[in-house]
Design a protein around this ligand. Structure first.
Ligand code: NAI
Length: 286
């Protein structure tokens, strides 16, 4: 398979991969979606269509979802001819390093290679890529169709030309990029994830229930949904991985996920994606 040079290749067809694909398709780009799990690729078109509908992307760009605009593959190497590659697989540094190494081995020089990690330092992932000057982080927010602001992470070796190319690409996709320097958790996760951890600790200690914590954060502090509803949206498994990574990479054990979050992962109460987290979504899903 040889995608057209203006195709955006997205590796990982989960919550974020499908969200980014919906946004890119909605804005007129062709998309190649790669995942190692057939099930994820089979489910992707329906997930993307749902996001396109939620975000009203179709009304804005009526011709954008014609057949052939979205292709899928289980081979990382198929991303080789794309104009930009966005890695959005599971938040696991070793897996991401492996995927990035495979993809960049066949990528044409000058092609921006992007990771949608929510907190693994770009410098760490850059060790596995052939041209670290052409590699950067772009932390898309969830849901992508709703939140236009994205955090662009400049690694120590990322070139100014790569940042310019990524900022231009994001502008074409209707995003509002803000560029920051590399650090564990960057800016947004470094602030949001510990806040969610604290909120969960308060629920576990009986200080307040989830509804009350969220109501106070919305009503008094202007948070859009409250931290625990946000946890359900992000996926509690993702959150636990991200907090562990933050604790490890900062050397601050206080960032480690609290027992309630870990217990929720054990019970498969991962949030919206499994129908239950801090809140119950099963009625909505059925
Ligand atoms: P997810 O669990 O919904 O999807 C991950 C996808 O990656 C799955 O479909 C899985 O089959 C695929 N995958 C795993 N290993 C792979 C490999 N070696 N090659 C190809 N595909 C592979 O995860 P989600 O939530 O979409 O997160 C993806 C990334 O985006 C993570 O780095 C996460 O931290 C980040 N992120 C997540 C946000 C959220 O709210 N969920 C927000 C912003 C960033």
């Amino acid at each position: 398979m040889d995608p057209a040079p203006d195709t955006i290749a997205i590796i990982g067809a989960g919550v974020m991969g499908c969200g980014i694909a919906a946004m890119a398709l909605g804005q007129g780009s062709d998309v190649l979606l790669v995942d190692i799990h057939d099930e994820a690729l089979t489910q992707a078109p329906a997930r993307i269509t749902k996001q396109v509908r939620h975000g009203r992307l179709m009304e804005a760009f009526p011709a954008s979802l014609s057949p052939g605009r979205l292709t899928t593959s289980s081979s990382h190497e198929d991303a080789a001819g794309a104009g930009a590659v966005i890695e959005a697989i599971t938040e696991d540094a070793a897996r991401k390093a492996d995927v990035l190494a495979r993809v960049c081995a066949s990528l044409a020089p000058g092609t921006p290679l992007i990771s949608n990690t929510s907190g693994i330092p770009i410098a760490e992932l850059a060790r596995s890529v052939r041209r670290p000057a052409e590699f950067a982080g772009v932390h898309f927010m969830n849901p992508t169709y709703l939140i236009a602001m994205v955090e662009v992470i400049r690694g120590a070796q990322t070139s100014a030309a790569t940042i310019d190319a990524i900022v231009a690409l994001l502008a074409r996709l209707g995003r509002k990029p803000t560029v920051v320097n590399d650090a564990p958790g960057f800016v947004t996760s470094r602030l949001l994830h510990p806040m969610i951890n604290e909120a969960a600790r308060m629920v576990a200690a009986g200080t307040a229930d989830a509804d009350s914590v969220d109501a106070l954060m919305r009503g008094c502090l202007g948070h859009p949904t409250g931290p625990l509803r946000t946890a359900d949206l992000i996926g509690i498994d993702n959150l636990v991985d991200a907090l562990r990574a933050l604790a490890e990479r900062t050397g601050n054990a206080g960032y480690a996920p609290c027992e309630l979050l870990v217990e929720k992962v054990r019970r498969n109460e991962l949030g919206q994606k499994t129908g239950r987290g801090f809140y119950d979504y099963r009625k909505v899903l059925s």
